[in-house]
Write a protein that binds this ligand. Structure first.
Ligand SMILES: Nc1ncnc2c1ncn2[C@@H]1O[C@H](COP(=O)(O)OP(=O)(O)OP(=O)(O)O)[C@@H](O)[C@H]1O
Length: 248
């Protein structure tokens, strides 16, 4: 299988504390790959090293054969990697449709596609993205008026508007009810399969992880404790001991 993202020896120190410690990670093209681990394992820090929000102390990040190590976030996005939930990225006063159109227009301007795309074309693409995330009925509502689950779906829509090849989702279901969790997870999985998107996500809910992941990487104290196909990781006693020992 072709690897889209290849991480080697990725390390990040905060003062004398090593939050991410020599992580190797391969994400295959088209895979849904999750990173799990107890609180403080280093998942969010790892993601921020991939997106360029933080610079690694050591190690490399390669994406589709290109070295992205230490690049600024906008350069990483331009390379085809988008992360949802890194900030509250929705525009509260714009409607859902306007927000997605703004994100699409920004991407087109960046790629100098503006002249080849009509406003109607952008609106049609925004409608497709909103429809895929269950937001069609909210297209004329302000982002701030949406439920928590719909706001998260909008954040995924904004990330998708950058036309990524790899979508990074940091705890996509945090704070959601079981009903909302199922809806968002089904939509993300459906989108990924339909568009051939590669997804790397961190998640606390193990039922979600094992139901949708092709591959699972388990982190503990900044290191990779285990990785492999979801069924294999689930059957790993050491992994379960870490969870039972440190998770409520
Ligand atoms: N800016 C920082 N300065 C100092 N220490 C930090 C900083 N950011 C994170 N850490 C520490 O690094 C470790 C890893 O944190 P990180 O947020 O990456 O873990 P996590 O696996 O994402 O946790 P959670 O599941 O709770 O979100 C933690 O011990 C945290 O306290």
């Amino acid at each position: 299988m072709t690897e889209l993202l290849t991480i080697r020896g990725l390390t990040r120190d905060f003062g004398g504390f090593r939050a991410v410690d020599g992580v190797d990670l391969d994400v295959a093209q088209g895979a849904i790959h999750s990173v799990i681990g107890p609180n403080g394992a280093g998942k969010s820090t790892l993601f921020s090293l991939i997106t360029g929000e933080r610079r690694p102390t050591a190690g490399t990040v390669r994406f589709d054969g290109r070295d992205l190590t230490g690049l600024a976030p906008h350069a990483v996005t331009r390379a085809g990697l988008a992360k949802a939930f890194q900030t509250t990225s929705i525009f509260p006063r714009l409607t859902v449709g306007e927000s997605v159109c703004a994100a699409l227009a920004a991407r087109n301007a960046q790629l100098r596609l503006l002249r080849s795309r009509t406003k109607a074309g952008i609106r049609a693409e925004a409608e497709t993205i909103c429809g895929a995330l269950g937001l069609a009925e909210h297209i004329h509502r302000a982002g701030s008026a949406l439920s928590h689950g719909d706001q998260r779906a909008l954040e995924v829509a904004l990330a998708l508007a950058t036309a990524p090849r790899l979508l990074l989702l940091d705890e996509p279901t945090a704070g959601m009810s079981p009903f909302e969790t199922k809806r968002v997870v089904d939509q993300i999985t459906g989108l990924a399969r339909e568009r051939g998107l590669t997804v790397l996500f961190s998640e606390h809910d193990l039922d979600t992880v094992f139901s949708i992941s092709d591959e699972v990487t388990v982190m503990h104290q900044g290191r990779v404790l285990a990785h492999g196909p979801a069924a294999e990781v689930r059957a790993n006693d050491e992994v379960m001991a870490v969870y039972l020992g440190s998770e409520p």
